[in-house]
Design a protein around this ligand. Structure first.
Ligand SMILES: [Zn+2]
Length: 183
């Protein structure tokens, strides 16, 4: 059976010069009355569009200089690569459970253009948050989907993959552009 490894091209629009700023940012916790209005819907649509245009598998609001605890993720199913990717929009995401079992995977981020790193992440997580209307939602994620959520939620806490990576290297152009590899 084919196994797909994703060289994740996480969307990161902050330039290196802006990284220090990102790390000091404390994105706002979103409350329904203040935040889940028309402006937020426009922002969410813009974020989805930006993520898809790259193309990428996730984007956090602070990456587009919006200090809100908001992420978008779009990813398919590791086991069934034919399945169309599923879109998640989550405000105030919180990891409420993370497996002790971890795995290493290769991540990239446009905040650190041209670099990849090997990052150890929990294999399975449960994330609780709110959908774009502010209704509670919960996602159980495994494998790469779990990795993407952890990467994006890290952005909300000012953490970049290089902060966690045990090994970081300069990627060849084709390596960086590679989305899947087949064993
Ligand atoms: Zn990133």
């Amino acid at each position: 059976m084919k196994k797909y490894f994703l060289f994740t091209l996480f969307l990161c629009f902050m330039q290196i010069t802006a990284m220090a700023q990102l790390q000091n940012t404390q994105p706002t916790l979103m409350t329904p009355r203040e935040h889940f209005g028309k402006e937020l819907q426009i922002l969410i649509d813009d974020m989805i569009e930006t993520m898809r245009a790259e193309p990428g598998v996730g984007l956090a609001a602070p990456q587009v200089a919006v200090p809100l605890r908001l992420i978008v993720v779009e990813y398919g199913d590791d086991e069934n690569p034919e399945t169309p990717p599923k879109l998640y929009v989550m405000a105030n995401p919180q990891i409420i459970r993370a497996s002790a079992e971890t795995e290493r995977g290769i991540e990239g981020c446009l905040s650190i253009p041209g670099f990849l790193g090997e990052v150890e992440r929990s294999l399975e997580i449960v994330v609780r948050g709110q959908n774009r209307q502010g209704k509670p939602m919960k996602v159980k994620a495994k494998g790469w989907l779990a990795r993407i959520f952890q990467h994006e939620i890290d952005h909300l806490n000012g953490v970049l993959f290089i902060d966690r990576a045990e090994k970081v290297w300069r990627a060849e152009e084709e390596e960086h552009a590679q989305v899947t590899a087949v064993d």
